[in-house]
Design a binder for this molecule. Structure first.
Ligand code: SF4
Length: 472
């Protein structure tokens, strides 16, 4: 990944319920629209005549499925998943949807997020004799739900389940032939509902609804469960309500597609505002503003517009690069990186260049970018970053390294500027980010930017939220 170096989302999810016809094709295209949220594996589960059929595989959506396979997955109600692993190794057993059979039927689950109490829950379930087949936290959710379903009706079982889960979770499930969507009470990860003429779609992002030609209805409110079956919305209940939400700010900065609307805000607009704010906070005398593609593009447009400095592409990204081999020689390693990102020499030669990226994680990619542009003939390199410094890890489903690896956890801005070999460096302020998103800080998760988290994590500081969940 270029741009947000090694900053990876864990998953994208889709659920479709139709009054007639086959749900697997819209799920397939929905997953295609969410491919940016996970590229390691993809899977679809559908229910036909009370039986859940699932197909999962390693790779991109189009690599896992073809027309013949989709034809075999028949059913009005279904769910799908694209995955990048944050917990659980990258292997087929951990691919989702995960299916479990139990005395009352079968369930399939597709989960986006990360629990912080997985070990505790897993140990408890193992003590009760339950056997795990994967090391993912999604199986913990599935096993816990099965346990509750043995004792309660569906709604009460989900209520009990949510009471036990700590962390971020948006999921879609098939419980026999019902499609169930759940968003955690703090709303860390997005989840939204759209409507077709003959049914409904639930997806991580509105872009998936748009691609399917659906009408966006609304976000699933944090703490809510929505149940669909055969194209009907049967029930919806806001089971828990927290004093404040904790939407992940990196969904706005990086993960979500710019054409998605998250909690009422078009991501593209937020990114433009971030660029404008960055220009206000960190102006520079320069000849061009250039993005690190693709993640820096909208910020750079906002920066350029506000500063009246021309926007110009200094890099071209090769979108067709798959896996590159581990190269033993430095020269060949450089080839692999240039294959992904090449400098447009004519645009940067003899210029003072403002380079805009979304974040700096370890700093290694930023240094390479600064060096490339300098080797391309730039006179000065001014690095601007569309997020505040990342000083602490994420426990809620974003893979962004440990504290030791995070450059901003161990160095101040001047030191980072020297380390990445830029002439100047400017990060967006926390206030600037909150203002650009346009939600109060208390509604956002800022854990990795402040080191203070909205949920209890052993060894970390918990602030902001009195997690008083009021039961409806
Ligand atoms: S810690 Fe950072 S990346 Fe993780 S959920 Fe919070 S804002 Fe998002």
């Amino acid at each position: 990944m270029i741009g947000a170096e090694e900053l990876r989302e864990c998953c994208g999810i889709v659920g479709v319920s139709l009054s007639g016809g086959n749900s697997s094709l819209p799920i397939y295209y929905g997953l295609y629209a969410l491919q940016h949220r996970g590229q390691e594996s993809a899977g679809i589960a559908v229910c036909e005549n009370g039986e859940i059929n699932v197909l999962r595989g390693m790779g991109l959506v189009y690599e896992v499925f073809d027309e013949r396979k989709l034809e075999l997955l028949r059913g009005n109600n279904g769910i799908g998943h694209v995955r990048y692993s944050t917990t659980g190794a990258s292997r087929i057993e951990n691919a989702q949807p995960l299916v479990l059979d139990f005395r009352g039927g079968s369930i399939a689950i597709a989960h986006n997020g990360n629990l912080v109490n997985t070990q505790e829950l897993r140990r408890e379930l193992e003590r009760e004799g339950r056997v795990f087949h994967t090391d993912s936290d999604s199986e913990v959710i599935a096993q816990l739900l099965v346990k509750e379903l043995m004792r309660h009706d569906l709604l009460t079982a989900i209520k009990e389940l949510m009471l036990r889960l700590r962390g971020s979770y948006s999921f879609v499930m098939l419980v026999n032939d019902a499609l169930v969507a759940v968003r955690d009470p703090l709303g860390f990860r997005p989840l939204c509902i759209g409507e077709f003429n003959n049914g409904y779609v639930v997806a991580s992002e509105t872009a998936a609804i748009d691609v399917l030609g659906g009408r966006f209805l609304q976000d699933v409110p944090p703490g809510e469960v929505v149940i669909f079956k055969d194209g009907e919305l049967l029930e919806r209940h806001r089971l828990y309500k927290a004093s404040n939400t904790a939407h992940c700010v990196f969904e706005y900065i990086y993960f979500a597609r710019a054409d998605s609307v998250l909690d009422g805000r078009l991501v593209y607009d937020v990114r433009l505002k971030i660029g404008k704010r960055l220009a206000e906070e960190h102006p520079a005398e320069a000849d061009i503003v250039t993005p690190v593609p693709d993640s820096g593009v909208t910020f750079a447009i906002g920066y350029a517009r506000h500063s009246n400095i021309p926007y110009m592409e200094g890099f071209i990204k090769n979108r067709y690069v798959g896996r590159t081999f581990i190269m033993p020689e430095q020269r060949m390693r450089d080839v692999a990186v240039r294959l992904k990102l090449n400098v447009v020499r004519r645009n940067v030669e003899d210029k003072r260049v403002i380079v805009v990226d979304d974040s700096i994680v370890r700093g290694t990619t930023s240094r390479k970018i600064a060096n490339y542009i300098r080797r391309g003939g730039a006179r000065e390199v001014h690095f601007r970053v569309g997020s505040p410094p990342i000083i602490a890890p994420c426990y809620m489903g974003i893979d962004m390294s440990t504290r030791e690896e995070l450059i901003a956890a161990n160095h101040d801005v001047d030191e980072i500027c020297r380390l990445i070999e830029a002439d100047t460096l400017g990060y967006l302020s926390l206030e600037g980010l909150v203002a650009a998103i346009g939600l109060p800080a208390r509604s956002l998760c800022l854990g990795c930017l402040t080191g203070r988290y909205p949920i209890e994590i052993p060894g970390e500081v918990c602030i902001l939220r009195q997690l008083t969940l009021s039961q409806f």
